[in-house]
Design a protein around this ligand. Structure first.
Ligand code: DC
Length: 219
């Protein structure tokens, strides 16, 4: 089989990585891989407080977990043990649980292997925190998206309002800043741009402008 193409998009919570990854993947006619959803689904499956379990218990719980990927672009479907991962993982609370378990080496080692296995099988636009630095260090095309905390909180706020869900801007700012701090300062695979990544500060950019910049860079 020909070697797969891997494009990586890393960046902090709420910067718009998933939206961009889906659209860039559509442009390239390949799947996108939401690795945050992998951390979230493990956190959801293991439950609150699982980040305090010992390694043996965590290892045993991870043993039965397998991921699958099908489709391309925004129709990419990530599944856990054959079931598509749904919206139950899309809350700020599960995001914080995911950030908590993401500090644990046993979890990161397991998910890194699962992510690399998918990258062997499929060309991918892979988005997360350590795609360009740790999981796919040889990827030919790497991006790091950034934006101020205020702007990211405002984007989340608008998304929630559009979905008719309750939203509190100050609370979102505080949650995003807390998750940023933990993701950037953990010992294993902290959030940071790869040395060879193109960093794009999207604070003052529209989605269309960001997508155009990504498309131009992969052309
Ligand atoms: O992208 P997201 O908000 O869905 O990610 C949820 C959490 O998962 C994030 O706060 C940290 C963790 N994560 C990670 O450590 N490494 C990744 N590659 C993706 C997510």
């Amino acid at each position: 089989m020909d070697k797969t193409l891997i494009v990586t998009i890393d960046g902090p919570a709420g910067v718009g990585k998933s939206t961009m990854a889906k659209q860039l993947a559509r442009h390239l006619s390949i799947p996108y891989l939401d690795t945050g959803a992998m951390f979230r689904s493990v956190a959801w499956k293991l439950g609150e407080g699982s980040w305090e379990w010992d390694e043996a218990k965590l290892g045993a719980a991870l043993d039965g977990i397998e991921y699958g990927l099908s489709g391309t672009g925004e129709d990419s479907v990530l599944s856990l043990n054959g079931t598509a991962i749904g919206n139950e993982i899309r809350t700020e609370q599960v995001g914080m649980w995911a950030s908590n378990i993401a500090t644990l080496p046993v979890i990161r080692t397991f998910l890194k292997a699962a992510q690399q296995a998918l990258g062997e099988k499929f060309s991918l636009v892979a988005e997360g925190r350590d795609m360009g630095t740790v999981v796919f260090p040889d990827a030919p095309c790497k991006f790091f998206l950034d934006a101020s905390v205020d702007e990211r909180a405002m984007r989340r706020f608008r998304q929630l309002v559009a979905m008719g869900k309750p939203a509190d801007l100050e609370e979102l700012k505080e949650q995003i800043a807390r998750r940023d701090h933990q993701d950037r300062n953990r010992v294993v695979a902290p959030l940071k741009p790869a040395d060879d990544a193109t960093t794009i500060d999207t604070t003052e950019m529209t989605r269309e402008q960001v997508l155009a910049a990504l498309k131009e860079a992969v052309a």
